[in-house]
Structures are given as C-alpha cells and as structure tokens.
Design a protein around this ligand. Sequence first.
Ligand SMILES: Cc1ncc(COP(=O)(O)O)c(C=O)c1O
Length: 385
Amino acid sequence: MDKTLQIKNYPVNSWLSSADVYKAGITFEYVMEKYGFKREDILRLAGNESTIGTSPKAVAAASEACKSSNFYDEPQSEELISLLEAKFAEEIDMSQLAITVGNGMDRVIEQCLNLFTQRGDSIINFSPSFVFYDFAASRLGLKIFDLGRDENFYPNLNDIETKINDYQAESNSEIKIIFLCTPNNPTGTITDIEEIENLAKICEQKNIILFVDHAYIEFTDRNKYDARNIINKYPNMIIGYTFSKAYGLAGYRVGYGLMHKELQNTYLKYNTPFLCAKPSLKAAKAALEDTEHFNLIIENNNSEKPKLSKALEELGFKVSPSEANFLLVDTANSRYHNSEELLEDMLSKGIILRKAHSISDTAMRITIGTVAENQRLIEALAIQT
Ligand SMILES: Cc1ncc(COP(=O)(O)O)c(C=O)c1O
C-alpha cells in the first residue's frame, strides 16, 4: 500500500507529527518473555503502585458490579462523588466546593487542559516532575514553560511573577495552567503550603489555573501539606487526587478533582458521560470505606521507608528525602555505573525498577514494597554477578 497516500488522506493536526506515543515502564510480560520468570515470581517496584494489593472489599464490589454491567452506571459518577464529598466535609468546608471524577487523574488533567487552553497557549511545570503534563500539553499544541527545580528538587518559585510576565511578553503566548506536583514524582519532594498559597495568589491575579497534583498526598501529613486546607480561598485552584496509589486501584483507573462549585459547572460540560467503568466506581467506593486496608498500605509505607532508605544508603546509593511511596536514588557511590546497569541487573533477578532519566543517567526510582519485597530487593542488590 502507498503509505504517503495513506497519511495524506488523514487530516491529522500538524503539531502531532513530532509527538510521541506514551511509553510506560517495563511490564511483567516483558520480564517473563526475556528472562523466563513466572509472573508470580516477578517483583515490580516501578510504578509507585501498592504492592500490598487491592482491598478485598473493593474486589468484591467490582465483581458484583460486573454482573449488572450490561447497564450503564450514573453518567457523572454521582454515588462516588457523594461519598468523596462527605469524606472531605469531615475535614474542610465543602459548601462552595465540588468533586469531579475521571478515569484516572490523568483524565482530570487532560480535561483541565481541554477546558482552559487553546493551541499556542502555554503551561508551566517544574521539571523533573510528572511527565504527563508535558505529554498531554504537547499533543494539544501547547507550549511548555519549565521553571525547573533547585539542587534539592524544590520547585523554583522565586520571582515567578516577573518570570511569567517576561515569558508572556517574549513568547506572545498566554500561560493558562501551572502544574505543581507535591509530593513530586519522581523526586518525592513536598512543597510547603505557604509556597502553594503564594503561588495561588499570583495565579489568581493573573487569571491562571493552579493545578496541584496530590497523587501521593495520602502518604504525608495531610493537615500540614494538603492544599485542600486552603482551596476555599482560591477559586483558580484545582486539586487532583487518585485511587491509584494509596488505595491500591491503579488498574481500575479512578481519579478525581476538587474545585470550586462554579468551576465544576463548566467542567461537567466537557465531561464525557459514563467516563468511569461501573466496576471501577464501585471498587473505589468500597476502597474509600475500607479504612483498615488503606491504613495497612500507609503504615507499611511509613515503617518501611526509613528502613529501605537506610539499607540503600549502606549499599552506596544516595537517597533523596521522600514524602511519597517511592525513593529516588542515585547510583553515585554504588557498584553500578548508571541506572541502566542497575536496571538490567535487577531485571535479571526478576525485579523491575524505573529509571528516572529525566533527572540523570544515574537516577532510579524505586517503589517501596512490603517487608519481604524490600528485603528481596536489598539481597538482590548485594549479590555481585
Ligand atoms: C504525580 C502523578 N499524578 C498523576 C498520576 C496519574 O494518576 P492516575 O493513575 O489516577 O491517572 C500519576 C501516576 O503515576 C502520578 O505519579
């Protein structure tokens, strides 16, 4: 078939020619095929997922929902939203706030981009950070103004107002959304609430949306760090949360956004009806109610993090402080020259890790596993092959 003719016949947006397909981390299937491991013998510490597993109550709720999934569920996931709003109302005043659900926080991010931007506009990020912001923005033909982070991976927030003014004047492009990930993926860095508040004030003056990504907030002190404690003052703020990490539901694909009610009305106009699968919504509801399982995941993380961190340091890795469920390590003084070497060695032992190549070729991100899993990792790292 004539390929030129084929491509010519599609009215593809021109800026997509340079876009890439999203590349996820190494899969179980890859390790099974390449290294001959059985699936149950592979340890995946690559995706910041919970290795403790899904709440059995969530699994039961999803299975039950499968039986009636010949019918659509509620168009805007109302039942889950009510439960989430009630949970938030235990902590903050929800009278002016609302929640929207998406299939994964990714979808909430994407929907905000669709809602507030048009081709040629810009977003701000603080890299190294979650790569999806740039990915999703690029495919909409948006520009990215990267303010970066300092040597401790703290976002560069100084003089931000001047930087925004200069950028907008020079690029002739309007900044519409700032993405601030805290705790940040892949560094684990937390941003002080006072800094978030300063940024929110600037965003309000400049009519910019501040999207605070709280994918890992459940692993921290929420009273201290959760932007939900200040959102009532800032109508331009949206906070993204997910069931993928602390609730152990990554594969179910449920995330949500907290925003002001007046904004939710517009947001819902863009919502695809029946966005989340019915079994996923029921699983999320059950997981939210299963506090015992949730606490298990959090407690495991909090008790294992310092132990794993210390063991990795003893093996010569430089470990960055983390407020999340993963550690960023540098192979600096270890026996590995770079993260590729470390990745390959671990893969040959049935352990999947994730290179943090957006930082350097010696940076590696390691999800914190259970006691036994972390022990297996440390033993594997200690074996010279
Ligand atoms: C910082 C951050 N935000 C958002 C997401 C996406 O979450 P979800 O699985 O809900 O789409 C991830 C997933 O890894 C993440 O690390």
